[in-house]
Design a binder for this molecule. Structure first.
Ligand SMILES: Cc1cc2nc3c(=O)[nH]c(=O)nc-3n(C[C@H](O)[C@H](O)[C@H](O)COP(=O)(O)OP(=O)(O)OC[C@H]3O[C@@H](n4cnc5c(N)ncnc54)[C@H](O)[C@@H]3O)c2cc1C
Length: 396
């Protein structure tokens, strides 16, 4: 027989969203159980996001979740937009008085896991959640199996789905409908990690007649780079020389520092917003609630923004029996989500070429890029969105 355990908040998913939420709830005196189907090693070694907005960094530091972001991360005060063979710098502090930080997601996860374990968090890894029942009641239940294949059941005052883009919690919120707020793009990113010194101090976003490329960094000796490819491309089909050739073609005018490629992957592009973010006593945050293409570096930052809002709502609900902030959660969260959806779509369509693009489309795109870099208003919009709008904490 399965024993039913109790907690105040059951959090499904120990990605950045779930771990940060447990951290903020603990600081507010609210206990939670965090469940993840992956092991600690897998969680801490997944290479994903790299750019943190200023507000995300401030929050991690102020709440004691990470100090390493300041010592081991790198502040970036701008990016380069490269097109028609020329680079144009967008100077963030000069335009909006803010910056971003290059600090990989797996380092954020290492910091969060360490902080939560040091504080005695009930963190259950290799525990797979199968479904959430009774969402519309005051006792929703999380049902799954642990690492040894034993079934478990947890009854909570509230359940949060922070279980990523293939969320199982989502169907308890949306009733299983995906809705039609979904878009797939006719291209993907071929991503590599290589052993080489940085090719530039800041990220280069390059539009070229051969498609898009992003030159990014990881450390003094390891670099992350991407180039536009077919969504069905096989990451193992190209030789290292073919990969470097593809990159060189797409960043004309920049001399790339080349080195051994030790990881490669193909990342498909999607935009998605769940039709509902909350039903009864279950809510969604992060990639479970939305997906953005990576061009605007918004995914992890948007997860953090959702968590900050939901934390406010849960404190009001669980400490003061006040449901009004929770009732406002979806509407307030969606304002930022759609701004980020727009920014990610805009950066993507401005910089990539589609298979059916005509000469008119290429020239129009160059006109759009010039309208951005040659106008202070254009540069300011990009800088404001890229470094991140202020984090909202108020719901009502
Ligand atoms: C290549 C790449 C580059 C990116 N670059 C950027 C960037 O530069 N900046 C940025 O902001 N974002 C970026 N993103 C997006 C960012 O990585 C995600 O938005 C972020 O991970 C979302 O966090 P999350 O906590 O919502 O979900 P996730 O990180 O996906 O975490 C979900 C967790 O839930 C667990 N889980 C799933 N299902 C279950 C289940 N049934 N039971 C138990 N556990 C479960 C998973 O194991 C996982 O640990 C990038 C993404 C990719 C793939």
């Amino acid at each position: 027989m399965t024993t039913v355990e109790r907690t105040r908040v059951a959090i499904v998913g120990a990605g950045p969203a779930g771990l940060l939420l447990s951290h903020l709830l603990a600081a507010s005196g609210i206990e939670s159980i965090v469940l993840d189907r992956r092991s600690r090693e897998e969680i801490e070694n997944t290479i994903r996001a790299g750019i943190l907005e200023q507000g995300t960094v401030d929050l991690l530091v102020e709440t004691g979740a990470s100090t390493r972001v300041l010592t081991d991360g790198n502040r970036h005060d701008g990016i380069e937009l490269r097109f028609a063979g020329e680079g144009h710098r967008i100077d963030f502090p000069a335009l909006v008085g803010r910056s971003v930080w290059l600090y990989p997601q797996h380092e954020v996860l290492r910091d969060l896991v360490a902080a939560r374990l040091a504080a005695g968090q009930d963190l259950r890894l290799e525990a797979t959640v199968e479904r959430v029942d009774d969402a519309a009641t005051t006792r929703p239940r999380v049902i799954g199996t642990d690492a040894a294949g034993r079934p478990f059941e947890i009854e909570a005052d509230f359940v949060v789905g922070s279980d990523g883009s293939r969320s199982v919690v989502r169907s308890a919120v949306t009733g299983g409908t995906r809705g039609d707020l979904f878009r797939e793009y006719p291209f993907a990113w071929f991503g590599i990690l290589c052993e080489a010194p940085p090719s530039s101090d800041e990220l280069i976003y390059s539009n070229s007649p051969d498609g898009f490329a992003l030159i990014s960094q990881r450390s003094a000796t390891v670099q992350r780079m991407y180039f536009q490819c077919d969504p069905d491309a096989d990451p193992d089909a190209l030789t290292e020389e073919q990969i470097w050739e593809a990159l060189r073609l797409r960043v004309p005018g920049t001399e790339l520092q080349e080195g051994h490629i030790f990881q490669r992957d193909v990342l498909r592009f999607r935009s998605f917003v769940a039709p509902e973010l909350r039903h009864g006593r279950v809510a969604l945050v992060g990639d479970a609630a939305h997906t953005v293409p990576p061009t605007g570096a918004k995914g992890m930052n948007l997860a953090v923004a959702d968590v900050v809002l939901l934390h406010t709502a849960l404190v009001a609900l669980l400490d003061d029996d006040d449901e009004r902030p929770l009732d406002a959660y979806q509407e307030v969260a969606l304002r930022r989500i759609w701004k980020a959806q727009h920014f990610s779509w805009w950066m993507t369509t401005m910089l990539h070429s589609t298979p059916e693009a005509s000469e008119f489309d290429h020239r129009r795109q160059l006109g759009e890029l010039r309208s951005v870099v040659e106008s202070e208003a254009g540069r300011t919009y990009l800088a404001e969105a890229y470094t991140g709008w202020p984090l909202e904490t108020r719901l009502v």
